[in-house]
Design a protein around this ligand. Sequence first.
Ligand code: RIB
Ligand code: CA
Length: 312
Amino acid sequence: MNQKRRIIIDCDPGHDDAVAIILAARNPKLELLGITTVNGNQTLEKVTRNALNVCQYLDIDVPVCKGLAGPIVRAAVPAEERIHGDTGLNGPVFGPLTKELDPRHAVDFIIETVMDSSEPVTLVPTGPLSNIGMAIRKEPRILNNIDEIVLMGGAYQHGNVTPAAEFNIYADAEAAHVVFSCGRPIVMMGLDLTRQALCYPEIVDRMAKIDTKAGKLFVDLMRFFCMTQKKVFGWEGGPLHDSTTIAYLLDPTCIEVKAMHTEIDITGGPSQGRTNCDFFNLTDKVKNTKVAVKLDAEKFWDIVEDSLKLYD
Ligand code: RIB
Ligand code: CA
């Protein structure tokens, strides 16, 4: 069997982050080394509690480490309460939380885990890039053992928090600049791609037939997430943004990517936090990013269904 791909998920659960964890944790192709949390969809405390609850509910036995409570330079952006609710994971009801937080700071966990790994590690950020940017700055040598950074963030077309920018990148644009300019290959699941992964009601009904804890959790998550996405953006199905990162790792044929130079606007103007992707190679600069452009939705939802069936 091929070597399992070693990954760390850095996230801000968040409904779609939670589904990304579900897709990754039981899959035999991946070794989930740990989960780190970052302020984003909700406060650091809330997203960390959410990550612990998902792991406890699904018996996912990996370290969960708390990271930055806000961006590296600017003030924190407001939580995405209108999408994820006051807890950051409204919908599911969890029992008393007993899973303990790993005492290491997320940045230190990322550095220690990557430096100690005998095989290259893939970083999978699905929230603001504060922890990743800080880890790179604190210990640049981790770059020697990171094979790819497969992230959800950005857009080469329309943003979702400003016309120009997507939430994860906008929330800590300076950290995103560090990541996109670090020299390691970036695979960017931007909104252009993730808005093709719409969890329509018939998808929820399909997954509701899966008699596992993960199936039940997926449905409880999506009932809330799809309701708020329709209310705020008018989507008939909630875009499962973060899950596309794991789907790409599990089967890269389900997502078409296009190599582009990408740089982050940190000039503080109306396009602050935009991923400027050179779609037509007008600058002829180094193509540092594989930007996702097209989803094979049928393959994607099959991956989701197969993943939910891997649980008891
Ligand atoms: O813009 C979508 C991203 O912002 C997703 O990662 C979602 O979870 C929120 O963090
Ligand atoms: Ca997220």
